[in-house]
Design a protein around this ligand. Structure first.
Ligand SMILES: [Mg+2]
Ligand SMILES: [Zn+2]
Length: 184
């Protein structure tokens, strides 16, 4: 069983410009690529878990998302960063696109994407860690039984958001600083 680093995408890996659907708008958060490389080298399977309601909202298509994901993966490979999986949720209960207008089990704070990756990759969730910038990331991780969670400041700038008392996470400014804490 492998341990995983679950990574939210927007606001953690890349700057959250809201509904990023094109590579031209994909801007890495400073230090994020280096942090992902260190996590990978430390034996964590890197699993991106990302809500992509922009698909249900009609901001960009599922094909656009896959194209962007390929471009992200290709770039990361040149940086010696291997992603084990990219799990995404295209749904939204009140979205514009009928096909994706459902109340699903994968949109965070639901744990569906994490549980799906755990089955596919045979992950040890208790030994795994979540990095997110929203309480919904932490809630999904906690619901799935992920052992540790870091709440980061959006885009690696400023302070992390407030969390409801029912959720537990370590607070850190960015993926880079959180990975440094995790890896000692
Ligand atoms: Mg986010
Ligand atoms: Zn979904």
């Amino acid at each position: 069983m492998k341990k995983a680093a679950f990574l939210d995408r927007d606001g953690v890996i890349n700057i959250d410009h809201a509904y990023v659907g094109r590579w031209e708008d994909f801007e890495f958060v400073p230090g994020a690529v280096d942090a992902m490389r260190k996590l990978h080298q430390a034996g964590y399977a890197l699993v991106v878990v990302t809500n992509q309601s922009g698909i249900a909202r009609g901001k960009y298509s599922e094909a656009d998302f896959h194209r962007l994901t390929e471009q992200m993966r290709d770039y990361l490979q040149t940086q010696q960063v291997e992603l084990a999986a990219v799990e995404f949720c295209p749904h939204l209960p009140d979205g514009q696109v009928a096909e994706f207008r459902i109340d699903c089990g994968c949109r965070k704070p639901a744990p569906g994407m994490i549980l799906r990756a755990a089955l596919e990759l045979e992950l040890d969730l208790a030994a795994s860690v979540m990095f997110g910038d929203k309480s919904s990331d932490i809630e999904a991780a906690q619901a799935a039984g992920v052992g540790r969670a870091f709440l980061l400041a959006k885009d690696g700038r400023g302070e992390p958001a407030e969390l409801p008392v029912s959720l537990v996470a370590e607070r850190s400014s960015s993926l880079a600083t959180a990975a440094a804490v995790l890896l000692g």
